[in-house]
Design a protein around this ligand. Structure first.
Ligand code: FE
Ligand code: CA
Length: 516
């Protein structure tokens, strides 16, 4: 989102400390008389930090949740609380350009989602909150470029899969240094698994979350990771969920283990999980859940440079196939009829140079069977082949489609092919499967190679395969995407050493991806 004339591309990253000093002199909060009338709140209402998300050319969502006792339901009094907010065009808040008061309501866990508008396109802003006399840290965010702008660049950090018990979220410390314009998080923000005494860190609670309070506590624990919190405070996130925000491998209203969870019980679980998801994510009011339903698929525009289609591949899908034949059943749907039409329309009519698709699960084929015959993962697009193949055909007529994916806990960078059953078919796009922030922990790389390298000849569309933890950084420009796979040496310690594993390039107008 950086135009050629931008002056603040490399800015002071840790705004918090510097700005708090300036806060004392800020005169734009409520007058003293109004402040004196406020009922005091417990200390530490901003323990979960602050965040921003879903940037528009003229606005962004600002988020916080008041939770002085974050791992025990939040610890707030059972009443609405006024939260003041400010947006400034400078990090010292000398020039406050927007401000207001939002209500943190107990029925939404005292979360606050401010949909700020009236900002200028393609520039940084700083923001902060105040409640009960307590001031939040200051955050930095960034608006999307003007709709008509076609130049500049967009730096996207692609992240997914952060299992608390598998490691510290150290890739975010490096991501912060790389200063992305947006962080695209494509699922498994929390894991619903039970606490384990053998993990690097232990989940809170006594078991899997089912109730709203339990899910709130789980999200709250994740937000206490300092690297994740700092990243949220310094760049807007664009998020979507996958399965572990609710229940491993669920499909629509079908749980992983229907023999153990009745339909009614699972619907109640979905309702609690989606509500907690909304409460903790910087998303617009369109994502306020309605019972066991949440609208998460949506589109974000970055001038004429990039259109980002964010998918929901979990809520509307058919139950997973269990056989190779079943995976080719034309009745199976991944997106559901409505979302499918929405995506097709958005691809066909796109004015954008790059048509990015955030898909939780992998689109390129994974043939697990070495030698003749194929064996697929049925939870991924391979398990929903007829619908997947329709999109791959469609991609031939789409300008520069690139799919950005999570789920696999591996870096898998692939050409998208029109028909994987036909080795001679056309390359129609590229896919980046962005490893994981911490899930699977520090993997034995030799064991990984022994298992996966023999599959390479069966999957000639794979351009890069790796099992380190980290994320992908994509610089999107008119003429191409320059991508870097950023990895860390460990997630077993709170500090790690980052490096670039590989550089890749996608040329505009030439489908496919290559290692450079
Ligand atoms: Fe995962
Ligand atoms: Ca094979």
């Amino acid at each position: 989102m950086t135009g050629a004339g931008s002056t603040d591309r490399r800015r002071v990253l840790t705004a918090g400390a510097a700005v708090l000093g300036a806060a004392a002199s800020a005169q734009l909060w409520l007058p003293a008389a109004a402040r004196a009338a406020e009922t005091p709140l417990p200390d530490g209402v901003f323990s979960l930090g602050i965040a921003s998300g879903d940037p528009l050319p003229d606005g962004v969502v600002l988020w916080t949740r008041l939770a002085p006792d974050p791992l025990n339901g939040g610890g707030m009094p059972d009443r609405p609380v006024s939260v003041e907010w400010q947006v400034a065009s400078d990090e010292r808040f000398r020039s406050v350009v927007r401000r207001g008061t939002a209500q943190a309501r107990p029925e939404y866990g005292h979360s606050v989602h401010v949909d700020v508008r009236g900002l200028r396109p393609g520039r940084s802003y700083w923001y902060r909150f105040r409640a009960g006399g307590q001031l939040s840290e200051a955050g930095r965010t960034r608006t999307a470029p003007a709709p008509s702008s076609s130049g500049g660049s967009l730096r996207v950090a692609l992240a997914s899969c952060q299992n608390w018990q598998h490691g510290y979220f150290t890739p975010y410390a490096d991501m912060l240094e790389q200063d992305p314009d947006i962080v695209l998080f494509v699922g498994d923000y929390i894991y619903e698994s039970t606490p384990s005494s053998t993990g690097v860190r232990r989940h809170e609670g006594a078991g899997e979350p089912f109730s709203l309070t339990q899910y709130r506590n789980r999200y709250a624990q994740y937000r206490t990771d300092p690297d994740l919190a700092a990243m949220h405070a310094n760049a807007p996130f664009v998020v979507t969920f996958d399965d572990h925000e609710v229940d491993n491998d669920f499909a629509g209203e079908i749980p992983q283990d229907p023999d153990k969870q009745s339909h009614d019980a699972f619907v109640a679980r979905l309702t609690a999980a989606y509500q907690a998801y909304y409460e903790h994510m910087p998303v617009r009011a369109a994502a306020v859940p309605n019972g066991p339903h949440i609208r998460m698929y949506r589109r974000l525009e970055f001038g004429r440079l990039a259109r980002l289609n964010v998918l929901d591949t979990r809520q509307y899908r058919s139950d997973q196939a269990t056989t190779q034949d079943g995976a080719q059943d034309p009745k199976l749907t991944m997106l559901g009829a409505q979302q499918k039409q929405w995506l097709l329309g958005g691809l066909q009519n796109s004015p954008a140079r790059w048509n990015l698709i955030a898909s939780q699960i992998m689109m390129a084929e994974t043939d697990l069977q070495v030698g003749p015959g194929k064996l697929w993962f049925y939870d991924a697009w391979d398990g929903y082949q007829v619908e997947r193949n329709q999109f791959l055909k469609e991609f031939k007529g789409v300008r520069n489609p690139v799919v950005l994916t999570g789920d696999r806990h591996l870096t898998m960078i692939s050409d998208l092919k029109e028909d994987y059953a036909d080795p001679g078919s056309a390359v129609v796009g590229a896919e980046f499967v962005g490893t994981s922030i911490s899930s699977n922990g520090d993997q034995d790389q030799d064991a990984f190679r022994r298992e996966w390298d023999p599959r390479m000849p069966d999957n000639p569309h794979w351009k890069l395969l790796d099992a380190h933890r980290g994320y992908h950084l994509l610089d999107v420009r008119r003429d191409g995407i320059d991508a870097r796979v950023r990895i860390v040496d460990t997630v077993r310690q709170p500090k790690s050493t980052p490096s670039t594993l590989a550089r890749l390039r996608v040329d505009a107008g030439r489908p496919g991806v290559r290692v450079v």
